[in-house]
Design a binder for this molecule. Structure first.
Ligand code: SF4
Length: 483
């Protein structure tokens, strides 16, 4: 599923599942913005990138960003549909945020995969929602907001008329959002996201993504490079290339390895990350590109899901466990220090105890740096929901999840312990949330590192750190003396 590249809660450290229209003209926002937008982002890194893009469009239309919904004129929830629980959480959250509509002019919208998945059902269940936009409708966000404002002024649509919201959920096979950038003023200024591929053609039987994000299409290389250069020029040190199955990227005669090398050649960018690759499409050329470039990070998130060939077959993943192991072996042979993280899914339709045990064996054999771990939850519209029984009892699913989490914690802790005493280059992301006297950053291998505040330790700085101690999710270190 992290072909779905999810930012998910059960993570133990590191995470599957051309439009020619022009971008809105860049507008200088002199002085304080006239309106404020508040956005909550759920789900995957692609949603984070889409939020950045939407905020860029809003910035150019005169909006600023606020972290306080009580000050916002526009409230958006950019959502995920991979898990039912996530959708329920969004419904609960939007009902609270909609209380802000007591203030005149406030607009509340739901965007992203849940909008695409549920469409008008959102307006039926949450009639106070003004705007429902799927992943291919962001280009019209500002237009829709302006339309709602006009309708309200003209009293065509009174603000509380139930179910009167705008719905824009048509999938567009050509939309790659060419020309639409994030506004550096609205992001962290350190890591820029570039969506190089949208949609997915794999149709794994458990996954809703091909139905919510449509068919696979690649962003033209010139557009990817334009965005990467713009991010470097705005001071970003790191870019993350994003796609549902990012290494399946192909545009005319340009493949993923070519694109990686071209982005890595841009001056000013220090680190290139990508997520999430699809195991079957991982070519030797991509392995060679990672091995050859010091800028391409030595971390690969490789979603395994299950280690039983029978379960992988029912999931329609397209590879066997032996093929997956061969890929891990090739990566580690070419890049000895590489960190490999994964996704594991337990309790899929008909999963027997023996099939489940293969996952534990794979964890011991492959020793992933970290894993996102989930129980299967049936999603309406998928092949599994149509054709296979969701027949593993919830208690059994939870027990299996508990077992793989416990084992992964142990493996991650062992791997992290081995890092003590090493010297690592860390990209500082900002102050630690837990302790104001400390800063937080990541190694090239995506391991989290905490260092004390001090000279040279600042957001965006690349700092050499000696690791002093480790927990099972974090490394702690100090700035290294010069070599
Ligand atoms: S269909 Fe499969 S490959 Fe595509 S996003 Fe879903 S899990 Fe990933």
């Amino acid at each position: 599923m992290s072909d779905l590249i999810q930012l998910r809660p059960s993570r133990t450290a590191g995470a599957e599942a051309g439009s020619a229209a022009s971008a809105p003209a860049l507008r200088d926002v002199a002085g304080p913005p006239s309106r404020l937008a508040y956005v909550e982002t759920y789900g995957c890194q692609m949603n984070v990138a889409d939020t950045d893009m939407a905020l860029g469009m809003l910035y150019r239309a005169g909006y600023g960003r606020t972290e306080d919904p009580a000050r916002a004129d526009l409230i958006l929830l950019n959502t995920c549909a991979v898990r039912e629980k996530a959708e329920e959480r969004v419904f609960a959250r939007v009902s609270i945020l909609a209380e802000q509509k007591a203030r005149p002019g406030v607009i509340v919208g739901i965007t992203g995969c849940m909008a695409e998945h549920l469409k008008e059902k959102i307006l039926e269940r949450a009639p106070y929602v003004d705007l429902v936009i799927g992943p291919d409708g962001y280009r019209r966000l500002v237009e829709h907001v302006a339309q709602i404002q006009r309708d309200r002024r003209a009293e065509i649509v009174p603000k509380h008329r139930p179910g009167a919201g705008i719905k824009d959920t048509t999938l567009d096979r050509a939309e790659t959002y060419e020309g639409l950038d994030a506004a550096p003023e609205m992001t962290d200024g350190i890591t820029g996201h570039i969506t190089i591929q949208r949609g997915c053609d794999k149709f794994c039987t458990f996954c809703v993504v091909p139905y919510t994000r449509g068919r696979e299409r690649g962003t033209p290389p010139r557009e990817v490079l334009r965005q990467a250069r713009a991010l470097a020029a705005a001071g970003h040190k790191q870019v993350q290339l994003l796609g549902q199955t990012v290494n399946s990227y192909w545009h005319e005669d340009v493949g993923f390895a070519d694109l990686l090398r071209a982005v890595a050649a841009i001056d000013g960018l220090e680190r290139i990350r990508f997520t999430s690759p699809y195991p079957l499409d991982f070519s030797n050329d991509v392995i060679a590109a990672i091995a050859a470039s010091p800028k391409i990070c030595k971390h690969v998130h490789l979603p395994l899901q299950s280690a039983s060939d029978a379960v992988l077959g029912r999931m329609k993943r397209g590879y066997t466990y032996a093929q997956f192991c061969e890929l891990v072996r090739a990566l580690r042979a070419a890049i000895p220090d590489i960190a490999i993280t994964t996704d594991l899914l337990v309790g899929f339709c008909d999963e027997t105890e023996e099939e489940f045990q293969t996952i534990l064996r794979a964890q011991r054999d492959l020793r992933f740096d970290a894993a996102f771990m989930f129980v299967y939850s049936e999603r309406e519209g998928t092949a599994a929901a149509r054709k296979m029984p969701d027949n593993v009892a919830e208690a059994v699913k939870q027990r299996r999840l508990g077992e793989i989490i416990a084992l992964q914690h142990q493996i991650t802790a062992d791997i992290y312990r081995v890092q003590v005493g090493r010297r690592e280059r860390v990209l500082i992301e900002g102050p630690s949330k837990r302790n104001g006297a400390e800063f937080f950053g990541r190694t090239d291998t995506f391991r989290a590192v905490v260092v004390p505040a001090g000279p040279g330790v600042a957001a965006g700085a690349l700092v050499d750190v000696v690791i002093d101690r480790a927990t099972n999710a974090t490394l702690f270190g100090r700035v290294a003396p010069p070599e």
